[in-house]
Design a binder for this molecule. Structure first.
Ligand SMILES: C[S@@+](CC[C@H](N)C(=O)[O-])C[C@H]1O[C@@H](n2cnc3c(N)ncnc32)[C@H](O)[C@@H]1O
Length: 316
């Protein structure tokens, strides 16, 4: 009996917490769409620009190696984003698993901090070169840019083998992979979808398409090829393969220059610059943007049911 009471209390707290969270989303939607008060729901917070790889499709700034953002600065940025309305946090880099500070803190301390501030869910985006089985992130995205040699072509010899081992050994219950498709690796899309399906450690696979950031323009697929690749991904999805992108979101990604609703995520860069939307807008890359989040956001705000479902499955 004495054990049952705390159990009941815990269950009630958890039900109330879920209710509070579920009602926040329609309120956020109402505020953004009807009252036109655009507020972020997600924050992409850069914690370091140190990286252990030098990928062909990444801008020089992505592996500059100039800064580990201090803990207290990150706390202020989390508080700022939470106050603006954000409830989901993605620590980004560089390679975020390299983050540490002089007090001996590591990335897991930032996940604890984010929860303390009030964030509901934390994401790790990693290149998977270091074991990440002990991460406190609620979901993990490993960047895999093709199967085997295709991935290595973009990220360096032996990098696929390492991430494959770390994925199999991680034991994380919410692990997915993300591929950035470009004109060097697009032939590997089918093989990588099959790899995701056959690997019990992987929940799903998401696709982004190369965005021609300064210095990486030569990897951009022409639009005809990009659209053919998107059609191939949609066909896999319709056959039941575990593709995270929604069909509506993917179809949107076929239209060059579609309107962007990228204020759904705010960005805080490595130098502390606070942007109300994706840095791509500052770099003039929006028309050729390949980040599928743009297509998903566009479709969510236009109430496409498949995109809303995909988003809920991902986030809740
Ligand atoms: C910059 S990385 C940083 C996090 C981590 N080091 C990693 O490799 O996942 C974040 C994501 O952006 C993707 N990315 C980088 N440059 C890109 C580009 N020009 N176009 C599309 N995706 C890109 C990467 O493939 C990766 O999935």
């Amino acid at each position: 009996m004495s054990k049952q009471l705390p159990d009941l209390r815990e269950q009630t707290v958890s039900v109330l917490d879920n209710l509070r969270k579920t009602s926040y989303l329609p309120w956020w939607y109402f505020r953004s769409r009807i009252l036109n008060q655009k507020r972020p729901l997600q924050t992409v917070l850069f914690v370091t620009d140190y990286c252990n790889l030098k990928c062909k499709h990444c801008m020089e700034e992505g592996h500059h190696g100039s800064r580990m953002k201090p803990y207290e600065e990150i706390r202020k940025e989390l508080e700022y984003s939470y106050k603006r309305g954000s409830r989901f946090i993605d620590f980004e880099g560089g390679e975020p698993t390299l983050w540490r500070d002089s007090e001996g803190r590591v990335l897991n301390d930032l996940y604890r901090l984010a929860k303390e501030v009030g964030f509901w869910s934390c994401t790790l985006t990693t290149n998977g070169q270091r074991p990440f089985g002990d991460t406190l992130a609620d979901s993990v995205w490993v960047s895999v840019d093709g199967y085997g040699k295709y991935h290595d072509l973009i990220r360096g010899e032996g990098t696929f083998e390492k991430l494959d081992k770390n994925i199999r050994e991680s034991g994380h219950p919410a692990l997915s992979i993300a591929m950035a498709v470009n004109n060097r690796n697009y032939k590997s899309v089918g093989e990588l979808i099959q790899y995701a399906k056959d690997n019990p450690a992987i929940q799903q696979i998401a696709f982004n398409f190369h965005t021609p950031f300064p210095g990486t323009e030569e990897l951009m697929m022409d639009w005809e090829l990009r659209n053919k690749v998107i059609d191939r991904i949609i066909a896999y999805k319709k056959k039941g393969y575990p593709v995270m992108n929604s069909v509506s979101g993917l179809r949107t990604m076929k239209k060059r220059g579609f309107p962007k609703d990228c204020w759904i995520a705010n960005y805080i860069l490595i130098d502390g610059t606070k942007l109300p939307n994706c840095p791509g807008s500052v770099l003039g890359a929006c028309d050729d943007c390949g980040f599928s989040m743009a297509g998903e956001m566009y479709s969510v705000l236009r109430m496409k049911p498949d995109t809303i479902l995909a988003g809920m499955r991902l986030r809740m």
